[in-house]
Design a protein. Sequence first.
Length: 314
Amino acid sequence: MDVETVSRLWRDLGFVDPEPGSPNFTFSDAAALRVVSELLAAGYVTEELTETVARAMGQSLSRLAAAQVEVTADLLDREPGLLALAEGDQSVFVAAVIQRSQRTIQKVGALVEHAWRRHLAAAAQRRLSGFLRDLPEAPLAVGFCDIVDFTALTRDLDRSDLAGLVEAFEVTAYNAVVDGGGRVVKTLGDEVMWTCDSVLAAARIALELAEAFGRDNPVPPVRVGVAYGPALARAGDVLGPVVNLASRCTTLARPGAVLVDKALADALEQARADNPEEVDVTAHAVRAHRLRGFGRISTFRLRWAKKADGNGPG
């Protein structure tokens, strides 16, 4: 493989360019490049696709590695004997940490492969269902959920409290999305992006998210925005105007509220016409907004439909 291709893959994986002449690559790196070279030679992948996958792997595995380092740091806090070693012979301390970490890495490696295979199967099923319908870019509900006034909030929190707040936000949001039948695309600290194939399921997820924070939850209130339309799935991300519109709806939403675009409101109304007993969410028109790149758009606030017996969510 030529130097330019190798350097490009190295950068796509998220690593810093090595200094000229410095021994930065290992035998394991060479073995990995050999696998890539064989895949390219056999025609299983193209150079463009290889770079796309490398970028996705680099971003995902970088976060995983950072999380594993946090686990190691937590291990040090829980084992004062290890820190005592550091005060004496640092080489013994490093060897002890590596020994404990290696056992964890081996086990986590097996879990990573298992999780990857499960996600691969789910992603393949979603993509194949699109081909079967002859709709590779079928309409998709795209949603965002972000914490209100997060920047101001971070100024008053120490590092530990901030980490705890972000963890509570991500866990709660992730559970709400997955339990509702959606998929978390990515988390950005104070924001979660998610998608859902079903309009009704997306509306329910959005309301669950809006109600999950504030009040008894340590995380402050959130804003939720959802838009519906064709989207392009690429390397685990979702692209297209519908994503930008969902983000704008989130910005316009009031704390604790869900704001959606007209396409989702119309699809929800159609679902109600088809199955009136099943749809428990309503969309109420609010004032229109003029957005750069979209012009004047109509927005709708989601609410739970009140049940006739008065026992349902209001």
